[in-house]
Design a protein around this ligand. Structure first.
Ligand SMILES: Nc1ncnc2c1ncn2[C@@H]1O[C@H](COP(=O)(O)OP(=O)(O)OP(=O)(O)O)[C@@H](O)[C@H]1O
Ligand SMILES: [Mg+2]
Length: 276
C-alpha cells in the first residue's frame, strides 16, 4: 500500500429513489471486489429502517451503529471482520425512532467514524431508499454519490427526484449512475440516456454512467443462500459487471486522492442545523 495514500478514505454512498433496486447487493459485492483488488474497505449499513446487510451475510451482529451514540464507545468495538481487509459496521434494524436521526445524532456517529477510519481506502454506505432527511444528509456528507436505477419507469422518475432534492437542497452536482437489472447493455444505455437528458434539461447537471449490471438470477440465488454473489458465483455476469464498476471506482479514488481530507464533511450537518 502506498504510504501517502494511507489516510485518504473515499466515502461512497449508495442511493436510490425507489426501493428494491439492488443497492444492498451492490454495496456488498462492490466491497468484496475492492478488497480483492487490495483496497482495504469498510462496509457501513446505514439503512436504519430495514437493515439487511447482516441478512445477506448470514450473520447476527451483537452491536451496531446505535452503540456509537454512547459517550465512550469506540468504532473498533462494533466492527466485524468479513475478510482480510474487509470490515462491516452493522445498523440498528427495526428501531423506528432511529429511522430518522437528527443532525446531532448523525454528527456524534460520523465524528467518531471520521476519527478512526483512515486506514480504509473505501467507506461504503448502504442507505435506505427514498428521500428522507437521514438519507439526504448522509449522501451530502459523503464524497462520492452512486445512484442506482433500473429500467423500470418508476425507478427512473424516483431516481430523478432524489437527484433533484440533492441538487436543490445541497447544490450537489456530481452523481455516478449504476443501471441495475438491465436485460442487456442496450437497455442499460437507453435507461441512462433518459435520466441524463432529464438531469441536463431540468437541473442543468451532467451525470456520469458508472456501469450497467445485467439482470442475473444468480443475484437472487446468492441472496437466498445468504452468501455474497462474489463468493457464491464470481464468474456470473452480474458479478463481472460489479467488478468492472469496482475497477472504475478505484481509478476515481486515485484521481481524487490529492484532494481527500476527512472522509465525511460534517460542516454540512452544522449548516443544516442553522438553516432550520
Ligand atoms: N442484477 C440483478 N439481477 C437480478 N436480480 C437482482 C439484481 N440485483 C438485485 N436483484 C434482486 O433484487 C432484490 C433486492 O435487492 P437489494 O436488497 O439489494 O435492493 P435494495 O435497493 O437494497 O432494496 P431496499 O431499497 O429495500 O434496501 C434482491 O433480493 C435480488 O433478488
Ligand atoms: Mg437495501
Amino acid at each position: 500500500m502506498d504510504m501517502k495514500d494511507s489516510n485518504k478514505s473515499l466515502s461512497i454512498s449508495i442511493l436510490s429513489g425507489k426501493g428494491g433496486v439492488g443497492k444492498t447487493n451492490i454495496a456488498l459485492n462492490l466491497a468484496y471486489a475492492l478488497v480483492s483488488m487490495k483496497s482495504p474497505t469498510l462496509l457501513i449499513d446505514c439503512d436504519l429502517g430495514l437493515a439487511n446487510l447482516d441478512i445477506l451475510l448470514g450473520i447476527t451482529p451483537e452491536k451496531n451503529l446505535e452503540y456509537l451514540l454512547g459517550p465512550d464507545t469506540r468504532v473498533e468495538d462494533v466492527l466485524i471482520t468479513l475478510e482480510h481487509g474487509l470490515e462491516f459496521l452493522p445498523a440498528a434494524s427495526g428501531v423506528p425512532e432511529l429511522v430518522e436521526w437528527d443532525n446531532d445524532l448523525q454528527t456524534i456517529i460520523f465524528k467518531k467514524l471520521n476519527n478512526s477510519l483512515s486506514k480504509y481506502h473505501f467507506l461504503i454506505l448502504d442507505l435506505g431508499a427514498g428521500i428522507n432527511s437521514t438519507v439526504i444528509n448522509l449522501a451530502a456528507i459523503s464524497r462520492f454519490k452512486i445512484i442506482v436505477v433500473t429500467p423500470e419507469p418508476t425507478s427512473l422518475t424516483d431516481g430523478y427526484a432524489l437527484i433533484k432534492v440533492l441538487k436543490t437542497k445541497h447544490n450537489i452536482k456530481d452523481f455516478f449512475i449504476i443501471v441495475n437489472m438491465a436485460k442487456d447493455k442496450k437497455e442499460g444505455t437507453t435507461t441512462f440516456q433518459r435520466l441524463k437528458l432529464a438531469c441536463e434539461n431540468f437541473l442543468g447537471i451532467k451525470i456520469n454512467l458508472l456501469g450497467i449490471i445485467n439482470e442475473d438470477s444468480n443475484v437472487s440465488m446468492a441472496v437466498v443462500n445468504q452468501v455474497p454473489l462474489f463468493k457464491f458465483k464470481r464468474d456470473s455476469i452480474a458479478c463481472k459487471n460489479m467488478e468492472e464498476i469496482a475497477m472504475k471506482v478505484k481509478k476515481y479514488r486515485e484521481l481524487l486522492v490529492p484532494e481527500l481530507t476527512l472522509p465525511f464533511n460534517l460542516d454540512i450537518l452544522k449548516k443544516n442545523i442553522n438553516n432550520t
